[in-house]
Structures are given as C-alpha cells and as structure tokens.
Design a protein around this ligand. Structure first.
Ligand SMILES: NC(=O)c1ccc[n+]([C@@H]2O[C@H](COP(=O)([O-])OP(=O)(O)OC[C@H]3O[C@@H](n4cnc5c(N)ncnc54)[C@H](OP(=O)(O)O)[C@@H]3O)[C@@H](O)[C@H]2O)c1
Length: 331
C-alpha cells in the first residue's frame, strides 16, 4: 500500500486526507516512480477549494469532451493533489523507450485542473512518459520537483508575448514561484527586467538580475523612473490591476501576458498565457539552466510528507507571500 494525499469534498486545507491506496502498474506508455519530492503551486489550493472559475473550466471541458459526462460521478472523487514531482523509476510500461528502472526523473502531470483527478502527493506515482524528463545527477530531488509548472509557464508565456533580447519586460509577483524563474530566464535571454514585489524582496530581485520596484500605490511612476528605456512587454504573474497597468504604460494587448486572467483583461486584448503555450522542449531547457547554475531556485521551505505539514504548506502558499517555491520531501 502507498500513502497519498487526497480530498473528497471542496474546502480549505482541512479537506486534505492521507489515504492508503493499492500499488499501481504502469500501462504501455507510462512509468511508475517512487516519489522523492513534490513541488507545490497555488492553483492546487484553488482547485481543492472548488474555485468557481476552475469548476467552470471543468464544465467547459465536459462540453468539449462529451464522453466525460458518462464517467461515473464517483470517479471525480477522491482527487489527488499537486502536479510537480521528482523521483526514481520503479517500473516501465511495455512501450516506454529512453528510460530505465532506477533512472532519476522529474516532471509535471499535465491536465486541466478540476478535470484531472491525479495528484503527485503520493509515495508512488504512475505518469505518462511524456510528462517525465531525466534529472541531471547534480540536481537535488527537492529542486527538481519545483521546476515543472514554473518552467512551462514562464517559457509558454514568453513564447506567447514573443519576448526578445531588446525588450524591457515588467514582471509582477517577480519573487514568487513562477516570477523568480521568469525573471532569470528573461535576463538569460537578454531582456531587461523590472520585477515587482514587496520592499523586503528588493535585494532578492536584484540578486536574480531584475530592477526591483515595490508594489502598491504609485507603481506606474516608480516603473517609469526605474526603466532605463521604455517598457515594451509585461508579464503579470499576480492578477488584479496589472493588466491595466500594462495598458497605462502604453503597451498593446499582444505585449501583455497574464497568468491570472479576468474577463476584462481578455476583452481588452491581453493574452491569457502560461503553461497552455508550453512546448515539450521547455522543461528540459530550464532543467539544463538550473543544473548548470545559470538559474537559481529558492526553496522557501521544504516540508515533510505528513498530512499536517502539507496543510501548513498550502496555508503558507495561500498567504501569497512565498519567496520562490515550497516543496514536500519524501526522502
Ligand atoms: N496560467 C498558468 O499557466 C499558470 C501557471 C502557474 C501559476 N499560475 C498562477 O500565477 C500566479 C502566480 O503563481 P506563483 O506560483 O508564482 O505564485 P506565488 O509563488 O504564490 O507568488 C507569490 C509572490 O507574489 C508576490 N506578491 C504578493 N502580493 C503582490 C502584489 N500585490 N503585487 C505583486 N506581487 C505580489 C509576493 O511578493 P511579496 O511577498 O514581496 O509581496 C510573492 O513573492 C498564481 O495565481 C497561479 O495560480 C498560472
């Protein structure tokens, strides 16, 4: 039997349970892993909270894929939690090539939130081989587990807003899980980056290569004062008023990407982007940059794999002020 974190109803962190499930066997295109670490993302807490917008996405998915209406309702609960993982391959499906038992890997479970009931917070995980990449030996399991969603989101967003080396890019929530990686990736691609976070993160943002600007009243003037040249792109990793800020800075909608869209932002022409625009080569590229030290990953906390610790971890993530990433370690 394997321990797994699941939930059977929507709500706060108290809906999370530690359950025991039977060992799984990988199908033809799947691998089975002993999970060593799991990276957490804010969307997961929104998903188990039953966020209305995500439930709407699940509804729309069922309209697009009508066969989902015929799934037994019970199959939608219990649901697993978390997408990003790192671990060691224990078994391979018959069609899997390029991997061997004992390989250290990382990856992210791809699938629409609220539709996909799998979760990475488990001692054993079966995943499609397309969701898995090899982990360089020098990378710890904890760091490796923090990369999947953030890497695919940053790379996908930069593809969508067509980031180039000549851009002056503003990034909101630049000290968070996605933002801290996006800042470094944009700098590595030659862009000038203005990072928005709280005052306490100014030195941290400088260490990532960004020009720091504090959030709050008067932000547009602070950005204009800090920018060495006119701002050309904005990546919003926070939501709220940042798309409006992009328009106020004179940017066209195609130059503004948001990970947290609102109907107003989309109708004004801003781009809803992130992992939806990722390509298979994105995660391996970022893994390489982290492994060779070009991109640094900050783990704000590493929690043990225990129910109360996972609940505390998601409560910390919900605070909205985590610097870098939170990881649950199973090592
Ligand atoms: N579309 C997609 O594909 C996609 C993928 C991943 C994530 N997301 C979404 O993108 C958002 C960011 O994810 P994440 O993992 O990076 O979140 P996160 O790690 O929780 O972001 C935390 C950061 O937000 C900063 N912050 C707090 N208040 C702010 C404000 N008023 N203005 C600007 N920054 C502020 C904090 O800095 P201070 O502590 O200094 O305030 C903190 O470092 C989430 O809503 C997530 O659900 C979307």
């Amino acid at each position: 039997m394997n321990r797994v974190i699941q939930y059977r109803r929507f709500g706060g962190t108290d809906v999370l349970e530690m359950d025991y499930v039977a060992e799984q066997t990988p199908e033809h295109d799947q691998v089975c892993l002993a999970v060593k670490a799991v990276g957490l993302n804010p969307l997961e807490a929104k998903t188990f909270a039953g966020d209305r917008r995500l439930r709407l996405v699940a509804f729309v998915q069922r309209l697009i894929h009508p066969q989902r209406w015929f799934e037994p309702a019970a199959s939608r609960f219990p649901r697993g939690v978390a997408r990003d993982f790192a671990g060691v391959i224990e078994a391979l499906g018959s069609d899997v090539t390029g991997f061997a038992v004992g390989d250290e890997v990382l990856g992210t479970l791809r699938g629409a939130p609220g539709v996909d009931t799998r979760g990475a917070l488990a001692e054993q995980l079966v995943a499609p081989v397309s969701d898995v990449v090899l982990k360089p030996a020098g990378l710890s399991f904890d760091i490796a587990a923090s990369l999947g969603v953030a890497a695919q989101t940053a790379c996908g967003a930069f593809r969508q807003i067509a980031l180039t080396a000549s851009d002056v890019l503003v990034i909101s929530a630049a000290s968070g899980g996605v933002g801290s990686l996006a800042v470094q990736l944009a700098v590595q691609r030659g862009a000038t980056v203005i990072g928005i976070a709280g005052e306490r993160n100014a030195d941290y943002l400088r260490s990532l290569g960004a020009i720091p600007v504090a959030h709050g009243e008067g932000i547009k003037d602070r950005i204009l004062a800090a920018a060495p040249r006119p701002v050309t792109k904005l990546l919003d990793c926070y939501g709220g008023e940042y798309v409006k800020l992009g328009f106020a800075l004179g940017l066209p909608g195609r130059a503004i990407g948001t990970l947290v869209p609102s109907p107003g932002a989309i109708t004004r022409g801003a781009q809803f982007t992130g992992s939806r625009h990722a390509q298979p080569e994105d995660l391996p590229e970022v893994v390489g940059l982290v492994a060779n030290g070009t991109i640094k990953v900050t783990l704000a906390h590493v929690y043990p794999f225990a129910l109360e610790s996972v609940r505390v971890a998601y409560a910390e993530l919900n605070s909205g002020h985590v610097r870098g990433k939170l990881v649950v370690s199973l090592s």
